[in-house]
Write a protein that binds this ligand. Sequence first.
Ligand code: FAD
Length: 477
Amino acid sequence: MDVIAELSGLIGADAVLTSKSDLEGATEDWRGRYRGPALCLVRPSNAEQVAAVVRCCARRGIPLLPQGGNTSLCGGATPSETGPAPVILNLARMRAVRGIDPVNSTMEVEAGCVLATVQEAAAAAGRLYPVSLGAEGSCQIGGTIATNAGGTSVLRYGNTRDNVLGLEVVLADGTIWSGLYGLRKNNTGYDLKHLFIGSEGTLGIITAATLKLHPLPTRHAVAWVGIADPADALTLLTRVQERCGARLSAFEMINRLQLDLVVEQVPGRRSPIETPADWHVLIELSDNSDGDALDMELQLILEDAFGDGLLTDAALAASDAQRHAMWEVRHSVSEANKKAGVGLTTDCAVPLSAVPAFIDAATAAVQALVADLPVIVVAHLGDGNVHFIPFFTFDAWNAVGNAVADREAMAAAIRHAVNDEAARLHGTFSAEHGVGRVQLGEMARYKPAAELALMRAVKQALDPQNLFNPGRLLPPG
Ligand code: FAD
């Protein structure tokens, strides 16, 4: 029996898709940069079916590529051009919110549940699931766990790792490990869930999770601020933290080029402030206070900062609509950049105090390779996470050369130049997007040999046949 027939027998023919049109969206990444063939796309309905698929592939030695919303920015969820074609496993049918315990402040969900649905279900129960990012309308909770996604509220609530209490995972031999604990404390040996969080589909298939919820803030104060440079933005960040403590829930920074591209490329987006500025910061405070206390507090902070010459302009959102409009500008950056040209996205983090030096040094390093190359900066500044994006218009990119190899060599040289500066400042080349295939070279370049050896030992122990998402995360030995 061929594999398609066997899989159809195991999980139903309607759950095994093979036609070109069915595979199209799954075999190419979100930005259309990476693509490769697949044997089929399977859509199991429960963990037992996932286990059956895993056992079938293991017996036949067929690689398995777990895929969520396919929004990875580092080519983690699409097949390679070369090597054996995988079975793509998508959990979109496993999207139930199994239950919310408002007293324990936990929620059990299946891995295929879309992140926005998780947030909405939590909010309906008066709770907050805080992980928030631009792709939240399409990425799956399983994908965010597999990548340990960050996003815009990490400075207050931590990244995905900090908001997962338990997992259910299908292992390489088809065992279903049920670790759906809803405990804040559990010191019973190795905390196995942390192996799978951030493992990018290389150690097991995450089929369900118990998430940590938080009180749902009822008040939000949001401001958009024009600022002269990143050093001033850091000074402002420190001030807001000193005055507001944990009520600061986001502090995001973009540069002028990024705002211009959003306004040009995405219908309906406008600059929230009138005076042009080289740098822009979005600040959000949230809590459960009454009346306008929070707005007043943010206004006072901004007035003081303005008086001290820290700001060039500021707008405080006066309504929910204005608040959403400011966030929409921030969340439109990836869409704008994709439409405008080719951005060589990097994902560095450095100690906060080193952010201005990093941006200056990376700009100089990149422009030493390509004179006057424009640079987009999108930073989750509160976390020291800077997406430093050397940017080519489509014409400039085509001028790099006709051969794909020329462009890949150029992209690699530019990324190395940026990541070298992050490493020099004791930072990382991958703060939140993961490694996928794009950052494999960087793993080999920057990750200490002892860490790589440990990771390979874990991989060998959990996936001895190397069938879970091979060629991702771990560079060839
Ligand atoms: P996919 O892209 O489908 O998969 C990602 C990886 O996880 C792959 O290696 C895949 O094999 C593995 N995987 C998926 N599901 C499972 C599973 N059930 N079990 C095991 N492995 C699995 N990321 C951030 O961290 N912060 C941001 O602010 C951010 N903003 C973004 C904005 C936009 C517009 C876009 C397009 C992407 C953004 N991303 C961001 C990247 C991306 O959204 C995240 O990495 C997200 O977590 C991926 O989820 P997904 O469901 O799409 O996973």
